[in-house]
Design a protein around this ligand. Structure first.
Ligand code: C2E
Ligand code: MG
Ligand code: MG
Ligand code: MG
Length: 281
């Protein structure tokens, strides 16, 4: 009997595995097609707001995918798959071109778009020709220095310090600002912050969520803002959803806010209507 049961369990397990494999495979096939054609890809832009002046100081570019076969797929599902499969390289290239094209179009229309941050996963950051690609992008789309910045996570930078520093230096020379995304969630030694030319840290949503609820979150906020001040880094709070959180951030002089409270990620046209104004002549 035990043997019988064991075998059934095994079969169940196998069936389950097959279903999952099948879904993953369908998703990967669809994503591969999209990486080749660009069909169904779009970019949403989320504003970075200066709480004191209400001005837009930047935007984060976020990839959106509607698969012709599968419908809307959330980034939480397709980005990890893209990273695992290597498809993040062609997809990331497409995103960069879409963003640069949008920025050029806005500038040609007489608008003054703020710096736009592009997320880079480890695979993209460590690819040989990243800096050349970014340099070419600036040239091909006539972008002024600083128009594009990048967000990287701690885990991407930690292993190979010295090479990371060289790449970041080169990006800084192009005027790009460099933000550490999801700050505080990696298991980092903090020393890399003073060794690498980063400009900004983005406090992760998980700490912002706890503000007004847990003393731990306030303690972390105090520590992170103190550290940033000493090192001369800009601080951005991400995932701000409530007035209570906003108030707590005010007490620690965090004025750069990105979250649903100040603005959700929106399509390019909406972003233009809501956040871009013509500069005075
Ligand atoms: P992330 O870089 O940390 O981006 C912030 C995420 O938080 C976005 O989710 C955004 O929609 C969401 N968010 C912003 N404000 C709030 C808020 O107030 N409350 C809540 N609950 N969420 C908020 P999204 O667009 O689903 O992206 C998820 C992740 O996927 C991103 O996290 C980023 O790591 C990755 N990702 C998105 N686009 C790209 C891309 O073009 N390239 C790469 N490599 N990764 C990307
Ligand atoms: Mg990000
Ligand atoms: Mg983030
Ligand atoms: Mg995050």
């Amino acid at each position: 009997r035990a043997k019988e049961e064991g075998r059934n369990t095994y079969r169940l397990y196998r069936a389950d595995m097959h279903a999952r494999d099948h879904r993953d495979l369908a998703l990967e096939t669809a994503l591969r097609n999209t990486a080749e054609t660009g069909e169904g890809l779009a970019v949403h832009y989320q504003p970075l707001i200066d709480r004191d002046s209400g001005e837009v100081r930047g935007a984060e570019a976020l990839l959106r995918w509607t698969s012709p076969e599968l419908g809307v797929v959330s980034p939480g599902d397709f980005i990890p798959l893209a990273e695992r499969s290597g498809l993040i390289l062609p997809l990331g290239r497409r995103l960069m071109t879409l963003v640069a094209g949008q920025l050029r179009a806005w500038r040609k229309a007489g608008l003054a778009p703020p710096p736009v941050a592009i997320n880079l996963s480890a695979r993209q950051f460590w690819q040989q020709d990243l800096v050349d690609e970014v340099r070419r992008l600036y040239a091909d789309f006539d972008l002024p220095p600083g128009q594009i910045g990048f967000e990287l996570t701690e885990s991407t930078l930690i292993d190979r310090h010295q090479r990371a520093a060289a790449t970041l230096e080169a990006l800084r020379e192009l005027g790009c600002y460099i933000a550490i995304d999801d700050f505080g969630t990696g298991y980092s030694s903090l020393s890399y912050l003073q060794e690498l030319p980063v400009t900004t840290i983005k406090i992760d949503r998980s700490f912002i969520r706890g503000l007004g609820q847990s003393r731990g979150s306030v303690a972390i906020l105090a520590a992170v803002t103190g550290l940033a001040r000493e090192l001369g880094l800009r601080v951005v709070a991400e995932g701000v959803e409530t007035e209570v959180q906003l108030e707590a951030l005010k007490a620690y002089h965090v004025s750069l806010i990105q979250g649903f409270l100040t603005g959700r990620p929106v399509a390019a046209d909406t972003f233009r209507e809501c956040y871009l104004v013509r500069p005075p002549r």
